[in-house]
Design a protein around this ligand. Structure first.
Ligand code: AHR
Length: 851
């Protein structure tokens, strides 16, 4: 393990061999660490185990979101390489006409390369010469990364008219055209389609991102281009491979499985935009690509089924394959396609696992991978408890389950309708996939979620989970929620057999994010792990194979008020611990891994008592990550601000006290000696009893006050409202309850903005502004960016807007003022959403009276 060192490392070094409590009390300001009279005690029985830690507990979940593959992990540097992103224009491509050279570029569907790439780029050069180049340039995904002494593989297919025979110059050039970093030539271009390849090598140039790929010519004529590609070196030198820095971040987590290809991405909004695996295999020039309408951008499908499997192979992960289950998010289920979809999935399983004598196994061999892959888990769809999915899921699941079990009896079939529904009742799923996206306090409060689950029931896969605080990547408070939650999953990993954070990736360039709070961020040149990434890494790299029973005593708690569910009343306040913990043991080496999470602003002194037949070696290790404040975070500019630190510590015996700093996550690796006998199996018991000392703690920030105190406003018109998938009716925007909101339609259709809401005041009055409170739950969908606000006396004629502008993205109430105006009706028109989505939402809208 190679954890970076920070100033806290030196602080910890100094802690060695010193009475921790005494040291801390002296080293930090008085009162920083409150000591309760009854000490927090963790009693661990090292001779007993409540169950086995699942060997595949920590893994990854992935889908095409936030430019995860195209513009992310997938090595391709050309954006819109197949010219299919738009039918209207060659997006991300520019015409180059220098020093009087002249030409035109356009999309052309005549005589395409093949039926998959049905559009090509036509470049008509009317005037060109040695000093008058004409060509096309591609901006890449927020630039093209240039690094010193690096080889790039450029390739393209081209055909030409009789006038043109080449050459074509291929270069990587700074965007202002001033510097050519690498260049190569294709000397002759034939009339018919042919693939050409050029190696471009940079010299000792500085690293930079603001660059383009250019294809230029110096003769008149017409040339057509298709599948223009540029690859830098990739992880394990795969031809159609991945970005090494991001792969290394993943490898460092030691993940055991990869759930792919989604998420919403596997379903799409319609049958036509599902992950259609058969169109994602073979040479990249044979892949049509598709519009990722779940997340609103073009997917080349360069990251296709085989690439997912090779990604698994490269990182020694086992595949958890999600198959399309005849349900798309907006179109719903097409039950007349069910048999077809089951057959598609069976073909897919054969492509993955079949030997080369099978039809699909042979195609895999054709694609360059004769060896079959081992597949233990297949997931049927995604989140089929949501939308209208639940209505047909039992029928659909049963069909898939029966077909898979008949041919592959050892494959575990996963239901996505979650463990707390009874949606699947005709078959017993082997595993349920549960998803959680919550605030830090909610994650902490729910950390005992699986404590009382039936130990003999179906297993659980927490296939998506995250504490959603921080953007684009989680902050320390999120990491604390994650770590608290992970203690619960690890303690229950006899039944929680797999878990994967989601989403995994985000391109942090402007416009790269569709979903905030993502584990790993990157731009064109570099990548970084968030505090949550490091928390995962700490858990994944440090655990044993047996779950030890731990009794916690005098655990301090704070009161927390969970928000009301939409349209409901708030539940009773809960006591949430400040300290979370679990212990596992490596039954071969005897090492005990004790994890302690201190979520509070005070350091906590904890007495650890290890019972049982242990021979403690005082030389132990601690891995610890902490932050000065909960909102501290890592970022693309400060990637190592919060990282774990590993130190050698001295433990006096099997009964010791240690201080866990504020906002910290710690793993103590306690050398307890190899056990003389097998651990005794004892029953799992819920360990969280929150009756300990309650340390006074600052109240959690109350939910945002209602934006609109007036309940007398009335919504007279909205252009769209969602009433099927959720309660998004327009009236929610003036009901005085910040937990409910107006949301435009998304379930069966998703009309594009602008969206508008017209509100009637109780009487004509003079107003000087309006207020907008964005939705207050964990989601951001629909939060308004650009707006116009206008007024009317009769509710039909609204003149020029009295205010227009852009809101900052954020949950806080926004107030916009203008010169007083008298009116009876107001109209808020949302022109765009903060993430470019189709929706509009509003928790509350109000007016500011002039007097
Ligand atoms: O992780 C983001 C999305 O959240 C996934 O696509 C979906 O499964 C879930 O709703």
């Amino acid at each position: 393990m190679n954890f970076a060192r920070t100033p806290f490392h030196h602080f910890l070094k100094r802690l060695q061999n010193i009475s921790a409590v005494a040291f801390i009390a002296g080293a930090l300001s008085a009162g920083a660490f409150a000591q309760s009279t009854a000490p927090i005690t963790l009693k661990i029985n090292a001779d007993q185990m409540t169950g086995k830690v699942s060997p595949r507990l920590y893994g990854l979940m992935t889908e095409e979101i936030n430019y995860s593959y195209d513009g992310g992990l997938y090595g391709e540097l050309v954006r819109n390489r197949t010219f299919k992103w738009s039918n209207e224009q060659p997006l991300y491509w520019h015409l180059i006409q220098e020093n009087g050279g002249a030409g035109a570029m356009s999309l052309d569907t005549n005589l395409p390369l093949n039926s998959a790439l049905s559009t090509s780029l036509k470049l008509e050069i009317t005037k060109a010469g040695r000093r008058e180049p004409v060509g096309v340039a591609n901006d890449g995904f927020w630039g093209i990364p240039v690094r010193p002494n690096t080889k790039y593989r450029a390739s393209f297919s081209a055909r030409a008219d009789k006038e043109f025979s080449g050459p074509i110059e291929v270069s990587i050039v700074s965007s202002n055209g001033a510097t050519v970093f690498a260049t190569g030539n294709v000397r002759r271009i034939n009339g018919d389609w042919k693939k050409y390849e050029v190696t471009l090598t940079t010299g000792n140039v500085p690293t930079s991102a603001d660059n383009q790929l250019r294809l230029t010519v110096r003769h008149a004529g017409t040339v057509w281009l298709s599948c223009v590609s540029l690859f830098p070196p990739t992880y394990n030198n795969r031809v159609n491979g991945n970005r090494p820095d991001i792969m290394q971040l993943l490898a460092d987590m030691n993940p055991k499985f990869l759930r792919f290809p989604g998420g919403n991405y596997v379903e799409g909004n319609t049958f036509a935009t599902r992950f259609d695996w058969k169109k994602t295999i073979g040479d990249i020039s044979q892949r049509p690509g598709h519009f990722d309408d779940a997340w609103h951008y073009w997917s080349t499908d360069g990251m296709g089924l085989l690439e997912f499997l090779e990604w698994c192979e490269d990182l020694h992960m086992e595949p958890v394959l999600a198959v399309y289950a005849d349900y798309s998010m907006r179109q719903g289920a097409l039950t007349n396609e069910l048999d077809f979809c089951v057959q598609e999935a069976m073909d897919e399983l054969e492509y993955v696992t079949g030997d080369t004598s099978t039809k699909w196994g042979a195609l895999r061999a054709r694609d360059g991978h004769p060896a079959a892959f081992k597949l233990n888990f297949v997931e049927i769809g995604n989140e089929d408890n949501l939308g209208t999915g639940g209505r047909t899921y039992d029928l659909r699941f049963t069909k898939f389950y029966d077909a898979i079990k008949a041919k592959y009896p050892n494959i575990q079939v996963i239901s996505t309708a979650t463990s707390h529904t009874r949606i699947v009742h005709s078959r017993t799923p082997d595993v349920f996939d549960d998803h959680f996206y919550n605030s830090s306090m909610q994650m902490q409060s729910d950390s005992h979620h699986y404590d009382d689950y039936d130990r003999n029931g179906p297993k659980i896969f927490v296939g998506e989970w995250a504490t959603r605080e921080g953007s684009p990547t989680p902050n320390m408070n999120a990491a604390l929620g994650d770590a608290a939650w992970m203690t619960g999953m690890e303690r229950n990993s006899d039944i929680v057999i797999m878990a994967s954070y989601a989403p995994l990736f985000v391109n942090v360039n402007p416009g790269g994010m569709q979903w905030r709070t993502d584990l790993i961020g990157y731009n064109t040149l570099t990548s970084y792990g968030s505090p949550s990434y490091y928390a995962q890494k700490m858990f994944s790299l440090n655990h044993g194979d047996a779950i030890l029973p731990v009794d916690g005593e005098n655990i301090p708690t704070r009161e927390w008020q969970a928000p009301a569910r939409r349209g409901g009343t708030a539940p009773a306040p809960r006591q949430v611990p400040y300290v979370f913990y679990d212990a596992t043991r490596d039954t071969k080496t005897g090492t005990i891994y004790l994890k302690v999470v201190n979520t509070g602003e005070e350091g906590r002194s904890v007495r650890v008592q290890i019972e049982g037949n242990v021979k403690m070696n005082p030389e132990c290790e601690a891995v610890m990550m902490s932050a000065a404040s909960p909102d501290a975070t890592d970022s693309i500019t400060e990637p190592d601000k919060i990282v774990p630190v590993m130190t050698q510590i001295s433990v006096p015996g099997n009964d010791f006290t240690r201080v866990f700093p504020p906002y910290s996550i710690t793993v103590l690796k306690l050398a307890a000696g190899a056990p003389a006998a097998s651990l005794t199996k004892v029953n799992h018991k819920p360990v969280e009893t929150f009756e300990g000392t309650t340390t006074p703690a600052p109240a959690v920030a109350p939910a945002q006050a209602a934006a609109n105190s007036s309940t007398k406003l009335k919504v007279v018109r909205v252009d769209s409202e969602e009433t099927v998938g959720e309660d998004g009716k327009g009236a929610n925007a003036v009901d005085g309850d910040p937990q409910t909101f107006w949301h435009t339609q998304w379930q069966d259709a998703a009309p594009e903005p602008p969206h508008e809401i017209v509100i009637e005041l109780p009487a004509a009055e003079s107003i000087k502004g309006f207020t907008y409170l964005p939705r207050q739950d964990d989601e951001v969908n629909g939060t308004i960016k650009d707006y116009e606000f206008s007024v009317s006396t009769d509710g039909t004629s609204f003149g020029e807007p009295v205010a227009k502008g852009s809101f900052e993205n954020g949950k806080e109430k926004k107030t916009v003022t203008f010169a007083p105006v008298t009116c009876r009706y107001v109209k808020l028109r949302a022109l765009s959403e903060v993430n470019g989505g189709a929706w509009t939402s509003a928790a509350e809208i109000g007016v500011v009276p002039a007097n």
